[in-house]
Ligand binder design. Structure first.
Ligand code: UGA
Length: 432
């Protein structure tokens, strides 16, 4: 059984670790954070990711996964080493490779002869060479193998990939990295390192662009009188377009899209190309989140400073406790700045924002509220009882930015309902 070293026990590293253990490899996780290593050894995942903790515990018990802070324990037996360290955004939006460089330097002297080091983190184009230089050994090959894992479905995405992308200077090295995934029967893209690194940025940038596109079409529908759901269906059936990632929402967020779109424009700028189109997409997303706040304020009958808004959802999407760059947080912050009293509930996410009251029950957000806004698409929100919400509110009004609530039931209980890019049943009724 071959051994795989994983440098960095965060979301990408841990998912890679448990999934490769499932595929039969011995795993050695190396992390500089002693507390994280202690919690991993105790079988506790430091992040919430469905299914991850169970698999971690299974392979800790069998001894197939071990975690350590000691590079001399983790590296010497590893045939492959994945670098899964963070690449946070620097002040100019570019990706900061400080951790990547430090990790490469640390592991260099301890790597097994002829081991292959693989970049899994989203790294600036050219990092492949930076890592090779920091390792500084002729017998060590470096490859790029970007991840396409979504938070909330990361295990399934790893085990059932649409494709596996591997970039290396030498075809034999790329093929050898490919053996890690041979049980998955996935489409393989074996390419050069720069292309592999660009594929990662281009994928996220394209998906973000699609979302901004459909959010903009929602605005067109509002202005001209269409229904964005019908429009999305109508364009999505064109096989050249496809139907996924065409669901309007309060904007795109999370730890990846905002960081990667900015890093891509920063990289392009440094090389002399003004990626104005992509800058426009980022700007349009920021504007869209402000528009959600403005539409919410427009639904209030009283002054913002005399109003209460109940918010359902703080996470950047359902299935995660992650609030990094969450559109919900952007909207809440904008509302608080307008003097609105905001009360929020999220089944998993917790944040502290001045002026925001976070409650532990969805019905509590409705108490005395002038408006309810749905900002994260948690399925359980659709199960809430409209009568109980209406009874608790000052005035029953709902702005469902994710279009997940049973609108007819809400309207039947007297709610005024607003959706993005489509008329609610009540609005259709008034037009009829
Ligand atoms: C994203 C990519 O989807 C993954 O392929 C990639 O590996 C990952 O970034 C990464 O680079 O690590 P993730 O950030 O987990 O994954 O989130 P997504 O599921 O892609 O959602 C991103 C945002 O788009 C969320 O705010 C979500 O609510 C929004 N969204 C998504 C919509 O508003 N509408 C949709 O139809 C889909």
């Amino acid at each position: 059984m071959e051994t795989v070293g994983i440098v960095g026990g965060g979301y990408v590293g841990l998912t890679t670790a448990v999934c490769l253990a499932e595929l039969g490899f011995q795993i050695r996780i190396l992390d500089i954070d002693e507390r994280k290593v202690a919690s991993l050894r105790a079988g506790e995942a430091p992040i919430y990711e469905p299914g991850l903790e169970d698999i971690l515990q299974k392979h800790l018990a069998s001894g197939q996964i071990q975690a350590t802070t000691d590079v001399t324990e983790a590296m010497p037996n590893a045939d492959f080493v994945f670098l899964c360290v963070p690449t946070p955004a620097a002040a100019d939006g570019s990706a900061d490779t400080r951790y990547l460089e430090a990790a490469s330097k640390d592991i260099g002297p301890h790597l097994k002869a002829n081991a292959i080091v693989i970049n899994k983190s989203t790294v600036p184009v050219g990092s492949f060479q930076v890592v090779a230089d920091r390792i500084g050994r002729d017998d060590i090959a470096v490859a790029s193998n970007p991840e396409f894992l979504r938070e909330g479905t990361a295990i399934n995405d790893f085990m059932n990939p649409d494709r596996v992308v591997i970039g290396a200077d030498d075809e034999a090295i790329a093929a050898r990295v490919g053996t890690l995934y041979s049980k998955l029967n996935a489409e393989m893209v074996l390419t050069d390192p720069a292309s592999a690194e660009i594929i990662k940025y281009a994928s996220n940038a394209y998906l973000a662009t699609r979302l901004t596109f459909i959010n903009s079409i929602a605005e067109v529908c509002e202005a001209l009188g269409g229904d964005v759901e019908q429009v999305a269906r109508g364009i999505g059936l064109d096989s050249r377009i496809g139907s996924s990632f065409l669901h309007p929402g309060p904007g795109w967020g999370g730890s990846c899209f905002p960081k990667d779109t900015r890093a891509l424009t920063a990289m392009a700028k440094r090389s002399g190309f003004d990626f104005a189109f992509m800058r426009g997409v980022v700007h349009a997303n920021e504007r869209h989140m402000k528009r959600i706040a403005a539409k919410s304020l427009a639904m209030l009958e009283g002054m913002p400073s005399e109003s209460t808004i109940g918010v359902l959802g703080l996470a950047f999407k359902a299935g995660t406790d992650d609030t990094r760059q969450s559109p919900a947080i952007e909207v809440v912050t904008a509302l608080v700045e307008e003097g609105v009293k905001v009360r929020a509930f999220d089944p998993k996410a917790h944040v502290e924002i001045d002026g925001l009251e976070v409650v532990d029950d969805a019905y509590k957000v409705a108490t005395g509220a002038d408006l309810l806004i749905v900002l994260t698409e948690w399925p359980e929100f659709a199960e809430l009882d409209p009568s109980m919400l209406a009874d608790a509110m000052k005035k029953p009004a709902l702005f469902d930015t994710r279009d997940i609530m049973p609108v007819t039931d809400f309207e039947a209980k007297g709610f005024t309902v607003r959706l993005l890019g489509r008329p609610s049943v009540g609005e259709l009724g008034s037009l009829a």
